[in-house]
Design a binder for this molecule. Structure first.
Ligand code: NAP
Length: 318
């Protein structure tokens, strides 16, 4: 895992960093920015009074407020870490008081809908550089965050064509400072890739855990008692934040539906192979999928430990 690229002794590359939404992702950014000296000043903005109190207790920011416009007015870089559906309204609130030359970014798990929601609100003097760190856990809230969450993980930036290169660099430097490896692509391509690598797998997990819970012939206590490794891993994913995942499926509808179409066709082929006893087809597929797993481990995005690295923090998605 690459270490963050900014040594703690260097002058902070950023003046004021404002983080909106101090949950798992926002509080991890705040912790990392502090630990690696990435900003002179951190402003924390959150709508939830309990979260604000916790952020103060944990000392994650220099200034804590529920007023997005006031907090954002001080920032050189604003990172929006609220659920995807809240990003547009928060930007609308902040926009009139943002400084000329400020940069706004986000961490939303869907990109095309965020670009569409933010674009109309920002003045020309403020650049928007959408982002998505492909790192996380199934936990939420300010206590769930940790400074190394992004270390060695990908962060995808999807700047619209013509975005000021200096603005992109400001956001890239933050993520590299947090230890992430940055890649850029279009919002549409991001949404398609994440639909199959993250969104559909979560939907499958929500569905299989729901199906098991609804089975009349199997009691809920049996589901818990006899849950083998495979099902247990699904329950981990299916315990992810309901608001966040509702917003992801509502805003990445087209890409998810396209990938679900493909998934259903492949599932039908597997069903047929089982029905007709086509062991060769099953073995062929399972051999291919095993190679993909090994490729992910080889790229350092997962560990080959027996517990899949779940014992270590930060092994999750999306
Ligand atoms: P989280 O732990 O639930 O934190 C979100 C925080 O934002 C909460 O404190 C929430 O307050 C606050 N909030 C909600 N609406 C707000 C508003 N209008 N104004 C100010 N604060 C508001 O969520 P998270 O897991 O960090 O996810 C945040 C974002 O990161 C989402 O867009 C998600 O798609 C993206 N993301 C998540 C992961 C992951 O693994 N979790 C990974 C990559 C990207 P309440 O407690 O009152 O709701």
């Amino acid at each position: 895992m690459p270490e963050p690229s900014v040594p703690a002794t260097a002058a902070p590359p950023l003046g004021c960093l404002a983080i909106v939404g101090l949950g798992l992702i926002g509080s991890s950014i705040a912790r990392g920015a502090r630990r690696y000296g990435l900003a002179e000043r951190i402003v924390a903005i959150d709508a939830d009074a309990t979260v604000r109190e916790r952020v103060r207790d944990l000392g994650l920011a220099d200034h804590v407020t529920d007023d997005a416009a006031e907090g954002g007015a001080q920032a050189d870089l604003v990172i929006l870490c609220v659920p995807v559906g809240a990003i547009g309204p928060v930007v609308a609130e902040m926009a009139p008081r943002l400084r000329a030359g400020a940069v706004v970014s986000d961490v939303g798990s869907v990109k095309a809908s965020v670009v569409a929601a933010v674009g109309p609100h920002l003045p020309a003097s403020v650049a928007f550089v959408p982002g998505h760190p492909v790192a996380g856990t199934e936990y939420s809230g300010p206590d769930a965050g940790f400074s190394t969450l992004f270390s060695g993980r990908w962060c995808i930036l999807t700047p619209p064509e013509g975005t000021d290169e200096a603005a992109v660099e400001r956001v890239r430097a933050l993520w590299q400072g947090l230890g992430a490896v940055v890649e850029t692509m279009t919002p549409e391509h991001h949404d398609l890739v994440l639909a199959i690598t993250s969104h559909v797998p979560h939907l499958i997990a929500y569905n299989i855990v729901g199906t098991a819970a609804d089975l009349e012939a199997v009691t809920e206590s049996e589901v818990m008692k006899f849950s083998a490794g495979g099902f247990r891993d699904f329950t981990r994913i299916a315990s992810s934040d309901p608001t966040m995942w509702r917003d992801i499926f509502l805003t990445n509808r087209e890409a998810v539906l396209e990938m679900l179409g493909r998934f259903n066709e492949d599932l039908s082929a597997l069903t047929r192979a089982i029905r007709w006893g086509d062991g060769e087809a099953l073995h062929r597929l399972f051999t291919r999928t095993r190679a993909i797993r090994r490729g992910i481990v080889a790229q350092g995005q997962e560990t080959a430990e027996v517990d899949f690295g779940r014992g270590r923090a930060g092994g999750g998605e999306p």
